[in-house]
Design a protein around this ligand. Structure first.
Ligand SMILES: Cc1ncc(COP(=O)(O)O)c(C=O)c1O
Length: 340
């Protein structure tokens, strides 16, 4: 264990996140869910563009980028991508330029993360009505070639920063969590998108939280796709630590019933946002953490989660997205305008 800790520490990373993030109790939400104890691991407080899980992954993805002489970062994502905005923030933190390939429905307003992309001075190429991962990757590859031909030295960060190296950020997070709550039985619930967080947590739990159950709630892919991708990422990440493939699809627990449609708010997610805000003062967003919390609440109510085992909800961030969804939220407003 100590040996593994040393191996983890020996892998190069660049400091971007404010760590450790706090763990806070959520007693009213626990009671609402029928759980004896619920804690929130506040990775929305990692810093970089208001925080989120990407900061931990980027610490490994960007290790060595400056040393290798790269002068700008290029990455991809959807219109409101947290990964893209946090990569833009990281680029500026490291003194680099930044270019983003984003895709999705046409837009008129620069709001939420898209507005922050502009504040960070990211040049954006926008694929209208096309957020297919392959199209985004192809557009990024073309741009990288153009930039190289023009004498620039770009570094391309893949979708979601989800690489074997990036997942090490969540191996580290598991060790950090063990230091905060001990290594007893625990159920850890997280949103799953491009799978790096889930992969890192599963590997990290195996190494540092051996009695943990890691529960993934998909916000985009099917459970089958997640299992396949996560196994690959765990393998790549484990190799960096000098370990054999330690996990198969059967070892992973992931639910895809709470997605609805990626990027589109659904009523269970909106309910979860309201509940967390009103019971705990805790902010969630409509695309990631609202939906993952709706999964946690449903699994707790149906006793798929064990009510007696302490539960940790990983708050993966993404809060600027709230400001891009006025339409989905304003209907809750209780507001009387008074003119005297
Ligand atoms: C706020 C938030 N939560 C969770 C996720 C999912 O993390 P991962 O892509 O590592 O699966 C993302 C990724 O886009 C995110 O932005």
């Amino acid at each position: 264990m100590t040996d593994l800790g040393q191996r983890l520490d020996a892998i190069e990373r660049v400091r971007l996140a404010s760590l450790p993030t706090p763990v806070v109790e959520a007693p009213r939400l626990a009671e609402h869910a029928g759980l004896a104890r619920l804690m929130i691991k506040r990775d929305d407080m990692t810093g970089l563009a208001f925080g989120g899980n990407k900061a931990r992954k980027l610490e490994y993805d960007l290790a060595g980028v400056v040393r290798q002489g790269c002068d700008l970062l290029v990455t991809v994502g959807g219109t409101q991508s947290n990964h893209a905005v946090m990569t833009a923030a990281a680029a500026r933190r490291l003194g680099l330029g930044v270019k983003l390939v984003l895709g999705g429905p046409d837009f008129t307003r620069f709001d939420g993360n898209l507005l922050l992309d502009v504040v960070y001075g990211a040049e954006i190429r926008y694929l209208v009505d096309d957020d297919d991962n392959d199209s985004l990757a192809a557009a990024m590859a073309d741009w990288v070639q153009e930039l190289r031909a023009a004498g620039r030295r770009p570094f391309a960060v893949p979708l979601g920063g989800s690489t074997g190296a990036g997942a090490l950020g969540y191996v580290r997070a598991a060790r950090e969590l063990a230091g905060q709550i001990g290594d007893g039985p625990v159920q850890i619930v997280t949103a799953v998108g491009s799978c790096g967080t889930f992969a890192g947590l599963n590997l990290g739990a195996r190494l540092f939280l051996p009695r943990a159950r890691v529960v993934g709630i998909s916000v985009s892919r099917t459970a089958g796709e997640i299992a396949e991708r996560t196994v690959e990422l765990v393998r790549d990440s484990a190799q960096l630590l000098g370990l054999e493939t330690p996990m198969s699809a059967a070892d992973l627990e992931c639910y895809d019933a709470y997605v609805g449609e990626y990027g589109v708010p659904n009523s269970a997610g909106q309910d979860a946002i309201r509940t967390a805000a009103r019971l705990e003062g805790l902010l969630l967003d409509p695309v990631y953490t609202g939906k993952s919390m709706s999964g946690l609440l449903d699994l707790a109510h149906r006793r798929v989660l064990d009510p007696a085992v302490p539960t940790v909800f990983l708050h993966t961030g993404g809060l600027p997205i709230v400001f891009a969804f006025e339409d989905a939220i304003r209907e809750q407003a209780v507001c009387t305008k008074i003119r005297r």
